[in-house]
Structures are given as C-alpha cells and as structure tokens.
Design a protein around this ligand. Structure first.
Ligand SMILES: Cc1ncc(COP(=O)(O)O)c(C=O)c1O
Length: 410
C-alpha cells in the first residue's frame, strides 16, 4: 500500500514514523480539501438558510448521513446521529436511554478491557441509579473470560433477567483483541432478549468493515478522527425504534418541532438528538474520510495492518525475547493492528521519549484503560498502532529505536 504521499504531514516531517493512530489518525489531502472547500466556498449554517450556499451545506451534511449508513450497513440514514465522538455518543446513551431503562437492582454489564469512554459513563449510571455494575474479566490469553477453549461463550451468572445494558468494545485499544461481538451479542440475547446492547467501535470502524445488522447490536459508536477524519465529529447509530422512544439529549435550536409559551414538541429522529449548530465541516470531512477508506477497501486495510502487527511482534520477540512482554492474544487471528508491550523494568514514558528522539511516535501510559492495567498488574505500557500509511520500514525503525532504548536505559 503506497498512500503516504496523500498525507501532507509527511512533507512537513519526512522523518516521522507515526505509530499512534490508535490515539488519532493522520489526515489525507482529500479530507483537508473537503474541509477547506466548506469554509472557503459555502460556509453557511445548515437546515435554515433558504439560499444556495446554505442549501449546499445542508445537502453535504445530510448526504454524509447516507454515506455513514452505508458504511456500517445501517437500515436507514435516519438512524445516524452525529456527535462529537465516541465519548459523546456513549454519554448521549447514558443520559437518555440509560436514565429511562436502568433502575435500582438492575444490572449494567461491561468488560475490563473497555476504554474509559465506555466504562466510566456506565459505572456512573449504575452508581446514580443503584444498579449493579458487572465487569467481565479477561483470561490468561487476554481474551474475555467468557470465551471457553471450545469456542463456546459462557455468560452464566453474568447476563441475567435483571440485566438492562450490555456494552463491549469491538476492538480493544490496548490489547488489540478483536472481540467476537456478533456471537457474544447473540449469547446475551439468548439469555435475555430485552438487554440493550451497545458496541464501542472506536478502534474498529477505522480498520474493519462493520455491519450493524450482522452484529445484531442495538447501538454502535465511533469517532471520525481515528478514521482519517477531523477531530470533534463522531457517530452514534441506533435502532430506529429505540431512538424514537428515547428522550432528547440536549435541548435548543434545530431539535424542535414547535415551541410555544406552554410547551415544546421535538423533531423526529435523528434531528431530535442534534441540538444547536453541529460540526458541519467535521461531518463533511468525515464523508471525505469514508470515501477515501472505501477507495482503498476496508479488507485491504485490515490485511495491511494485520501484516504489520504480525511482523512487529515477530521482530520484537526475535530481538528482545523475554525482556519484552506482549499484551493481547497470542493468536494473531484475534488481533487488530495494535501492538502493546512492557519492556523489562523500563518505564513506558522513557521508552516513548527515546523513540521520539528518533522521530518515532508511540503511545505510553495506560491508554485510558486503567482497570485493564490494574488487572494486568502494570501501571503503564507502550503501544504502537498501525494504519494505512505505515510500512514495514516503520516497524524496522521501531525495532532499531527499541535497541537504542535498551542501550541507553538497561
Ligand atoms: C476503544 C475506544 N473507545 C472510545 C474512545 C474514545 O474516543 P474519543 O476520544 O474519540 O471520543 C477511544 C479513544 O481512544 C477508544 O480507543
């Protein structure tokens, strides 16, 4: 895959080895062009203006809804809500459906490998409502503890008739594990069909093709900035029937049907959930990002990253053996393009600093997964995450950089 030339940041920093796409991705020229075109040629507000540039802005914004719906195989563009990112998508859920569906004695279930964005809001919801907050553990292979050796999913004592919400990440941002979410959701619904199932696809949407109908979930969230799009824009997909039954999230302009002194009636889904002027340029940039990803092909992207991750794990293991402890499943078939490790007693921040001295950008710390790090009995780890612009040469430079870390610090 030779797409580096599409990313102008490499003109500004030709030496940059960017291995932090799990945090945010770089932006290709077509995405930058789409944003610049909006601000420089039709930067009007949407849905309100009865003049040409506003109509164009509205059409681009609404067309993105259709593009996103096709991207995740949603039955209707009206099920796509634009938010500021995965974090806001999940907070939208906890403050709407969460409040109306969860009460004292109910259960909210998640996993120990969640990003704080898909952990803290649910934990707080359980705390506020008196519900039981249940967290699925991992096994020694860093898969969910509900995965049995024969491939069977065992949810005994986890999902019960009291469970109201089940939420899970499709890809772990720290372990790189691809969870078998379709099978897990089917198992959840087999025990209790009324459980509302939520999928955090922040680390999946940029890298794997997603089909919400095939997954069988009720809600799915992701962020534009991790998939070559701008920051400040994200998506919440939900089943129309559920969205229609939910109260609005924020109140104000653009989400109303009629306002009088006595009362207000609300617009229909999805506008009911999009109060105020949205991130119009962001949404338009997201469309360009999806178009770019689809031109390469999500399957090609997944294969490319997988090959880089496999190569990185092999090279690091070959060079450093037991000095490096890899996080995540040993079965490469269950992993995405994320390679996270600890390196003897060397602190992740020191590793990151020395790698940065060599123009290599990785992530160091707990990656917003403190419960997982506590579970693994570590305080921090180093993460290299791969995307379309990375090459085998980047991995070789990472290994060279780690050799320098070892020479300097051990
Ligand atoms: C798995 C996962 N979920 C949620 C988030 C939060 O995404 P955002 O900060 O874009 O809202 C992240 C960000 O790293 C993530 O990796």
């Amino acid at each position: 895959m030779n797409v580096k030339k599409d990313f102008p940041i490499f003109n500004a920093h030709p030496e940059l080895v960017y291995l932090d796409s799990g945090a945010t991705s770089l932006k290709p020229q077509p995405v930058i062009d789409a944003i610049v075109a909006y601000y420089s040629t039709y930067s009007a507000n949407i849905h309100r203006g009865l003049y040409k540039i506003s109509e164009k802005a509205s059409a681009e914004y609404e067309d993105t809804r259709s593009v996103v719906a096709r991207f995740i195989n949603a039955p209707s563009p009206n099920e796509i809500i634009f938010t500021s990112g995965t974090t806001e998508s999940i907070n939208l859920l906890t403050s709407t459906i969460g409040g109306s569906s969860v009460g004292q004695g109910d259960e909210v279930v998640t996993t120990v490998m969640e990003h704080h964005a898909n952990f803290v809001p649910w934990q707080q919801l359980a705390f506020n409502t008196g519900a039981d907050f249940k967290v699925i553990d991992i096994n020694e292979n860093h898969e969910l503890g509900i995965m049995k050796e024969d491939g069977h999913i065992d949810l005994t004592n986890i999902i019960t008739k009291k469970t109201k919400i089940f939420t899970i990440t499709l890809v772990s941002n720290t372990l790189g594990t691809i969870n078998p979410v379709k099978e897990i959701i089917a198992a959840v619904k087999a025990i209790n069909p009324s459980v509302i199932t939520v999928v955090d696809a922040a680390q999946a949407a940029p890298h794997l093709s997603i089909d919400v109908q095939d997954l069988g979930c009720d809600f799915l969230a992701f962020s534009g900035h991790k998939m070559l799009g701008p920051t400040g824009v994200g998506v919440l997909w939900g089943r129309k029937q559920l969205l229609d039954s939910m109260p609005p999230y924020q109140l104000g302009g653009d989400m109303i049907n009629e306002v009088s002194l006595e009362k207000t009636t609300y617009a229909k889904t999805p506008h009911k959930f999009e109060a105020g002027t949205p991130h119009i340029a962001g949404v338009i940039g997201l469309k360009a990002a999806i178009t770019y990803l689809q031109q390469i092909g999500l399957d090609t992207i997944a294969k490319h990253e997988h090959a880089l991750a496999s190569y990185a794990i092999d090279q690091i293991n070959k060079e450093f053996g037991d000095e490096v402890a890899m996080l995540g499943p040993s079965d490469m078939g269950q992993r995405a393009g994320i390679v996270t490790f600890t390196f003897g007693t060397i602190h992740a921040h020191d590793i990151s600093q020395i790698l940065d001295d060599n123009n290599i950008a990785v992530r160091a710390g707990h990656h917003c997964t403190m419960p997982l790090h506590t579970r693994l009995d570590i305080t921090a780890s180093t993460r290299a995450s791969f995307y379309v612009y990375n090459t085998q040469e980047d991995v070789d430079k990472l290994v060279m950089g780690l050799k320098k870390v070892k020479q300097t610090l051990s």
